[in-house]
Design a protein around this ligand. Structure first.
Ligand code: MSP
Length: 653
């Protein structure tokens, strides 16, 4: 009904000092999946994203590029618009903070808070970090850097305007206590409570006007501090205060942000500003962790993190899958892998693994073998009469359960959780085909049995195509097309078994995810479509078995231990140097200190995994892993070659 509250979800607005990368893409994709889910349920939904253009670091980047700030932000914001289009983001608006509609609202907020006494003029002396666009107190700075972020700070002494943040601590704590969903996940809520309890101080919210930013109303010598300006974007798009319908959107249901902009800005400053304005607070502020690149935060300024376009293009070159499918594969990897409580390591190799195992092997194979068998045993037409018989079957039961669990996960704002339950259904679909073995039934002349098994698999795929749609919209469409479905998915249809009409003509099976041959891709070549899986030869019965090629990716080598020593304050760990026949020794961190004395180790031959990504353990980099077994008493036993005259570097297979 018009006037009904819309589900309103926002991404942070992105600084336009660089190009979008897989980190910024992840925040946007999580929001997109949640927004698409609500739309599939038929709920009015609004997804907002945009760009944050008045930062000092943006002005600095413009100067470096030899452009005016406005020309620069006009150009760079296009990168975000294009990248979100490329990733199939279904945003309903894209706000830029340099737009007049936003500048007006920021001025209005400033005026109102000034009138109510929440904004007052004063003198600021302290630190400012341009990298973080954050003011820091003396106690938060050591050796010229912010302790929290490690960013360089500069001393600032300025006439500024302050926001009376100190007045809101108790009210914020009360709101947090009364609204358990307000701050998610729980660990971040605790962090915010601790931060507020330390004592909130009034915050400088203006800076000297050097020609870029929104001027303070009535005092053009100052511009509004970029965070004070940026947070208001969420309100600007509602049309507040003139639009009589602004409350159709407000308050926002979800602000989703990365952890570094959670506590100070989205969970403290913004709600306090809203309280000062007498406006409702967002339903949930949800924070996620970072993608790390070799243990460090991936970021624009470090330039150590790839763009979505590059990752997808690389996947397309390796797999031969279509660009749209590669975008969906990247969506899958980013949404499924990001952590809300911790950080996660981004790796192209892990993306290829998920592509091969979860998309090609599990999902692709289920679709492919089902359609092939249908073609072979039933002319490609969905069998009749079977729907009723299979409604009591294991897959029908599991589909209902998975749909409910996926709904629960999405309500709990956990898209990764929803994908993981969905993959239970994909796995069960494959397993059930193995159990029912339609090829055997066909051979035995059991036409009804074949029809039942195939109908159940097809119906499971139809339900999967609905549940998949918020996450992999293009692939969901391809699955539906191949199933012969012409309508758009609706979430409600996932809850009902038997909607795939008998007599539907399915399409010829077309592989959506050509498998990536890992070995061949040592020297990447565009791959061809793989050979079609023969339905008569049942695929590997469980996902737990690996192929010889998969095993071959692990490079095992004989190594000789050169030195061994304990690692301070880590009673289980030893630092080893080992000769793996490469000319220079490698360093390993091994959890064997409780079973081996360091002095007993030099000279021993062992087996190590030589192509493991390095990891830093207790501050020490480990460039591989040794092989060992654990006996019934928990003692660790090293794997050693049977003859000791074997040279370091020898291959183990
Ligand atoms: N402009 C501010 C937000 C203002 S919102 C009113 C800002 N912009 S940002 O471009 O630096 O970051 C935007 C989002 O990208 C944040 O949610 C941030 O966590 C996310 N990511 C940036 N690098 C990331 C990773 N390496 N990993 C995951 N997400 C990360 O902050």
């Amino acid at each position: 009904m018009p006037g009904d509250k819309t589900f309103y979800i926002t991404t942070p607005i992105y600084y336009v000092n660089g190009v979008p990368h897989v980190g910024s893409a992840t925040t946007t994709l999580l929001c997109d999946a949640l927004a698409r889910y609500h739309r599939l349920r038929g709920e009015p939904t609004f997804l907002l994203t945009g760009t944050d253009e008045h930062a000092q670091k943006v002005a600095d980047a413009a100067a470096k590029a030899g452009e005016t700030p406005q020309a620069f932000v006009d150009r760079i914001s296009q990168n975000y618009i294009e990248c979100w289009r490329f990733l199939n983001i279904s945003n309903d608006d894209f706000i830029r903070t340099s737009e007049p509609r936003h500048r007006r609202v920021v001025a209005e907020v400033f005026r109102r808070l000034q009138d109510s006494g929440d904004i007052y003029a004063g003198q600021y002396e302290g630190w400012y970090s341009v990298a973080d666009e954050t003011f820091f107190r003396d106690s938060e700075v050591a050796d010229g850097r912010a302790i929290e972020t490690g960013a360089v700070v500069e001393r600032v002494t300025e006439e500024v305007y302050y926001f009376r943040l100190s007045a809101y601590g108790d009210r914020l704590l009360q709101h947090i206590q009364d609204n358990p969903n307000f701050l998610q996940p729980d660990t971040r809520r605790n962090e915010v409570i601790a931060f507020i309890k330390e004592g909130l101080r009034d915050l400088a919210i203006s800076r000297r006007n050097t020609g870029w930013g929104i001027p303070v109303p009535e005092d053009p010598s100052q511009v509004v501090y970029v965070w004070f300006d940026a947070l208001i974007n969420y309100l600007t798009v509602t049309g507040w205060p003139e639009n009589p319908d602004w409350e159709v959107l407000w308050p926002a249901d979800v602000h989703l942000v990365g952890k570094e902009i959670y506590t100070r800005f989205h969970a403290t400053l913004w709600p306090a500003m809203l309280m000062g304005l007498g406006l409702g607070l967002p339903g949930t502020v949800l924070g996620h962790g970072w993608w790390l690149i070799e243990g460090e935060k991936g970021s624009k300024s470090k330039g150590n993190i790839p763009t979505p376009q590059d990752v997808a293009a690389d996947l397309a070159a390796r797999s031969g899958a279509s660009p749209e499918v590669c975008v969906d594969a990247l969506r899958y990897y980013l949404i499924r892998g990001i952590s809300f409580t911790g950080d996660a390591e981004f790796s192209a190799a892990a993306l290829v693994d998920r592509y091969n195992y979860e998309l090609a092997n599990d999902l692709g194979n289920l679709l492919h073998r089902t359609l092939n068998m249908l073609k072979q045993y039933a002319g490609g037409t969905v069998p009749g009469g079977a729907a009723a018989r299979t409604a009591d079957g294991a897959l029908a039961f599991l589909s209902r359960e998975v749909t409910q669990d996926a709904e629960r996960a999405m309500t709990a704002l956990d898209p990764a959780g929803a994908l993981s339950v969905l993959w239970k259904l994909v796995g069960a679909g494959n397993k059930e085909i193995d159990t029912q073995a339609p090829w055997k039934r066909h051979k035995a002349g059991d036409t009804e049995g074949v029809a039942d098994a195939l109908y159940a698999a097809l119906e499971t795929l139809r339900i999967i195509s609905v549940l998949l749609a918020p996450f992999l919209p293009h692939v969901a469409g391809r699955v539906r097309e191949q199933l012969g479905l012409t309508d758009a998915p609706r979430w409600a249809d996932a809850a009902q078994w038997g909607l795939l009409p008998a007599g539907t003509k399915t399409q010829e099976a077309q592989p959506i995810f050509p498998r990536i041959d890992i070995k061949r891709n040592a020297n990447p070549l565009p791959a061809k479509e793989p050979a079609v899986t023969e339905p008569a030869a049942p695929a590997a019965p469980t996902a737990d078995l690996i192929t010889i090629d998969e095993f071959a990716r692990v490079q095992l080598r004989v190594a000789e231990i050169k030195t061994a020593e304990r690692i301070e304050k880590a009673k289980k760990l030893l630092r080893l140097t080992v000769d793996v026949g490469e000319g220079t020794d490698r360093q390993l961190v091994a959890g064997i200190a409780e079973s081996y004395a360091p002095e007993d180790l030099p000279g021993r031959k062992i087996v190590v995994v030589a192509n493991l990504q390095p990891a830093t353990i207790r501050g020490v980099e480990s460039q591989g892993m040794l092989l060992a077994a654990t006996d019934a008493d928990g003692r660790i036993i090293l794997m050693t070659p049977e003859r000791l005259d074997i040279a370091p570097g020898a291959k183990v297979k």
